[in-house]
Design a protein around this ligand. Structure first.
Ligand code: PEP
Length: 244
């Protein structure tokens, strides 16, 4: 399957940041993997225009409803209208800061599909859960609850992001990453059969150009969800090159 390098800009980026996208597109006109940038929603339309054909764009969240009285939210249809083709749902920062549950995330993933987008469903354990030996059970329960019935390889990506590795510079061992990714694949196969073979499983949490190649060489890792290192074309370009 074609791997995916997905960048999550979080609440970073102004109009001037479009120069990073132009630089990325220029440096990687025909990348060997799929490349995606999820900027803040204020930049999505402009970035979609600037990104060119080789870089897909998406949002960092969407509301489950199509329209309505939800001040401050955007719908999956609005993401598509702005040129996006993906939406991240259930990022740990949304789960923590906005109290999103597996049910919320599940509804948002279905909203993404309704609008013709691919959903990147995020899961991951806290440090306390890992130290208690609960990583597999916590992540397994999140996958079960957050990935909707009917998921297909073409519209669903699962991102394993240990909460303690996001933005901290700490990364699990390759064995730990493989253990979780193998377990997620097995759970998806048990539920979705052969369709699960084509679902991309991303690792996320302090991926940098320097550690990307070994992480991408790990069992059942089909790409990365990248925060900090996606903001600069040079850093993200190094990660894209490692995926080739
Ligand atoms: C993320 O927020 O999805 C993430 C992985 O962040 P970072 O790469 O900065 O750890």
């Amino acid at each position: 399957m074609r791997k995916l390098a997905a960048g999550n800009w979080k609440m970073n980026g102004l109009g001037e940041s479009l120069s990073e996208i132009r630089a990325l597109a220029e440096a990687h006109p025909a990348p060997a993997c799929d490349v995606l940038i999820c900027p803040p929603s204020t930049l999505l339309a402009r970035l979609s225009d600037a990104a060119g054909d080789a870089i897909a764009t998406g949002a960092q969240d969407c509301h489950a409803n199509e329209t309505g009285a939800h001040t401050g939210d955007i719908s999956a249809e609005m993401v598509a209208d702005a040129g996006g083709t993906y939406v991240i749902v259930g990022h740990s920062e949304r789960r923590t800061d906005h109290g999103e549950t597996d049910d919320t995330v599940n509804a948002k993933a279905r909203a993404a599909w309704r609008a013709g987008l691919s959903a990147i469903v995020c899961v991951g354990e806290t440090l306390a859960q890992r130290e208690a030996g609960e990583a597999l059970s916590v992540v397994g329960a999140q996958v079960a609850g957050s990935v909707p019935d009917g998921a297909r390889a073409a519209n669903t990506v699962v991102a394993y992001e240990p909460v303690w590795a996001i933005g901290t510079g700490k990364v699990p061992t390759l064995e730990e990453i493989a253990e979780v990714h193998d377990d997620i694949r097995a759970r998806l196969k048990a539920r979705f059969g052969a369709e699960a073979d084509g679902m991309r499983l991303l690792y996320g949490g302090s991926v940098k150009p320097g550690n990307a190649a070994e992480i991408f060489g790990t069992s059942n890792v089909d790409g990365a969800l990248v925060g900090g290192a996606s903001l600069k074309a040079e850093d993200f370009g190094g990660i894209i090159a490692a995926l080739a």
